[in-house]
Write a protein that binds this ligand. Structure first.
Ligand code: C5P
Length: 241
């Protein structure tokens, strides 16, 4: 069980959703006085492969590699093996039991997070796909299964974090994207649907929040980070994580 408290500088994981390693490095240099955890996702990884990942780790930062592996179990296992000795802290996977089992068997020191339901996916999308139940039910079912299969944690929206923390316990890492400053509704004009503020996510039980556009597109990223960190400090759990 993780009983150490998480430093404020690691609560926000800044999503480096930019086109080039140069842009990513410039953004990190602006943010690193306040933030020491960064996410490399598909956009930047396609542009720089491991260059930015290695640069971040050499600089002493933590990295979440968000490539959401989803393929046949053997391919996912081999992909996880490619990552597990590189110093990455979190990597993300998708999928059913055999895929998750294969990833877990190859993870080494890497902490594996299972994506439950994308934060851009809402109740109407469930209906459109002919799925019954609620998004929250599906998130809970997938999170419980991921934990049983040996994943270290899950990616879920802040709307579900509280129930996951309460019912699945302290061992589960919860990482929450879909963060919007002042977010109480879905009317934020972008693709995210299940959104909350950074403070609410952490207060509800999330360990980390993933924040992209509110920081990457801000005129003053540090101001946004300081506001979110203050929100986290005021509202966030001061418990044992
Ligand atoms: O710009 P924004 O703050 O919406 O970025 C959220 C980031 O979190 C993106 O990089 C996106 O890929 C990622 N993410 C997500 N929902 C998930 C998993 C990852 O939005 N379930």
């Amino acid at each position: 069980m993780n009983t150490t408290s998480i430093a404020l500088s690691e609560r926000i994981i800044v999503a480096l959703d930019v086109d080039t390693p140069e842009q990513a490095k410039a953004l990190v240099k602006k943010c690193e006085s306040h933030v020491s955890f960064y996410k490399v996702g598909l956009q930047l990884f396609m542009a720089s492969w491991f260059e930015t990942v290695d640069w971040l780790i050499d600089r002493g930062h933590k990295v979440m590699l968000d490539l959401k592996f989803f393929d046949i179990p053997e391919t996912v296992k081999q992909a996880v093996e490619q990552v597990n000795s590189r110093g990455v802290t979190f990597a993300t996977i998708h999928g059913n039991d055999p895929i998750i089992r294969a990833a877990v068997s190859a993870r080494g020191d890497l902490q594996l997070l299972a994506v439950t339901v994308l934060t851009s996916f809402g109740e109407e999308d469930m209906r459109a796909m002919g799925m019954t139940g609620t998004v929250a039910d599906l998130v809970y079912f997938r999170a419980k299964r991921a934990l049983e299969l040996g994943c270290d944690g899950v990616v879920s929206s802040g709307l579900e974090a509280e129930k996951l923390r309460r019912d699945l316990g302290e061992k589960l890492l919860i990482v929450t994207p879909g963060i919007r400053p002042g977010a109480n509704t879905c009317d934020q004009g972008d693709d995210q649907q299940r959104i909350v503020t950074a403070g609410r996510a952490i207060a509800g039980g999330a360990d980390h929040v993933v924040v992209g556009r509110p920081i990457t597109r801000a005129i003053d990223p540090i101001k946004v980070i300081e506001q979110m960190q203050s929100d986290i400090s005021c509202l966030g759990r001061q418990g044992n994580r």
